[in-house]
Design a protein around this ligand. Structure first.
Ligand SMILES: C[S@@+](CC[C@H](N)C(=O)[O-])C[C@H]1O[C@@H](n2cnc3c(N)ncnc32)[C@H](O)[C@@H]1O
Length: 352
């Protein structure tokens, strides 16, 4: 499972059951803070049409993979560009084999994120990856970049490859839960050699879903849906800071790596929902502007806002109902927080 703050994989049965109670078995559901895409994929599996978005670029690639692929694409452009010799189609597995066997490259990830690197800002070498894994990541991501630039792969193929690379990177990252900082000593799985492995794709209901990149506050007015699922951040921790390395892989760029931790500048993806001062206004703007009469919001007992504050805010939009679910929280390995807490599923039905 993808270790992502707020990943709802364990709550999927509760979420889909509530969606079914609210709108029935069919319709369009928006998932506008979709993260890993676990909820979007489940909604697709249940037969809904999904409009999914998030402010993070890595999420965009997860969503395209989870929603818009029904079978592996054929990578015909790689044959045309004569990258891999074949008459026309190249199986996804062969593309991964090619990428796995590339000559390692001492480039950006090696320099900024590995113990043999020399960060440009003069900070001590960072240990997010072993040096050999960082050099492999460099080779793979720069190869994908080149294929994109030369138009040898389609947008869907790019998303599938980036999704696959991120899943492989998560397996060998030397971190405690998030990419906010690296561990001082290499843990066991970080010493494994990174390998791209085929990801599963769901074969049915792949038509008619929409994936977008952007702030929910800005996209809300463009969305028409029967129900909108909102799974906001519930703490001050910004996703852009905690998953900066995945964002760099998804964007394929070479940002300045700032400070000891090597964060990219993430201000353009700063979320108001992580702030006490603007969070409730964001909820109101989204609910007011979206063409949708039913909302379902996930929130946590230990979130920035109390249940009373949320009820007051959502009460301005419509009728509010709250369901409480016992939940094991996401914890970094070194976290001392209690592991049991209540998760809220709050439905809001617009006053007409
Ligand atoms: C709790 S996580 C969602 C987890 C997701 N349901 C899953 O199962 O993986 C919250 C997500 O909201 C996104 N986010 C935060 N503020 C946002 C905003 N204003 N607009 C859109 N996405 C936002 C974050 O990037 C993060 O992926």
């Amino acid at each position: 499972m993808y270790r992502y703050i707020g990943n709802k994989t364990k709550l999927l049965p509760h979420i889909t059951e509530r969606v079914r109670e609210l709108i029935g078995d069919t319709g369009t559901v928006a998932d506008i803070m979709a993260g890993t895409g676990s909820v979007s994929l489940e909604l697709r599996k249940c037969g809904y049409k999904v409009i999914a978005s998030d402010v993070m670029t890595y999420s965009y690639h997860h969503l395209v993979t989870n929603l818009q692929i029904g079978e592996y694409p054929q990578f015909t452009g790689l044959a045309t560009c004569k990258v891999i010799s074949s008459n026309s189609k190249i199986p996804y597995e062969d593309v991964l084999l090619y990428l796995n066997n590339l000559q390692a490259k001492h480039s950006f990830f090696y320099r900024e994120f590995s113990p043999d690197g020399k960060p440009l800002n003069g900070c001590p070498a960072r240990k997010y990856f072993t040096s050999s894994n960082a050099a492999k990541i460099d080779a793979i991501r720069e190869q994908i970049n080149e294929w994109v630039d030369k138009q040898c792969i389609t947008a869907i193929e790019e998303s599938l490859l980036k999704h696959t690379l991120i899943m492989a990177v998560n397996e060998v990252a030397n971190i405690s839960g998030t990419y906010g900082y690296f561990l001082s000593d290499f843990k066991k799985n970080a010493c494994d050699t990174i390998a791209l492995k085929p990801v599963e794709v769901y074969p049915k209901n792949y038509d008619g879903h929409t994936v977008r990149l952007g702030f929910a506050e800005n996209l809300a007015g463009l969305i028409t849906a029967d129900l909108c699922y909102i799974d906001p951040p519930y703490m001050k921790r910004q996703y852009a800071a905690n998953y900066h390395i995945l964002e760099t892989i998804a964007r394929g760029d070479f940002p300045e790596a700032i400070g000891k931790s090597g964060l990219r500048d993430w201000w353009d993806q700063h979320s108001k929902l992580c702030t006490k001062t603007h969070g409730l206004q964001s909820f109101e703007k989204i609910m007011n502007e979206m063409h949708c009469n039913t909302f379902l919001v996930s929130y946590s007992e230990d979130g920035l806002f109390t249940l009373e504050q949320l009820k007051e805010c959502f009460g301005k939009i419509g009728k509010v109902q709250v369901q409480l679910i016992d939940y094991n929280r996401f914890k970094s390995n070194d976290s001392k927080l209690p592991s049991k807490l209540k998760e809220y599923l709050i439905s809001v039905e617009r006053k007409t």
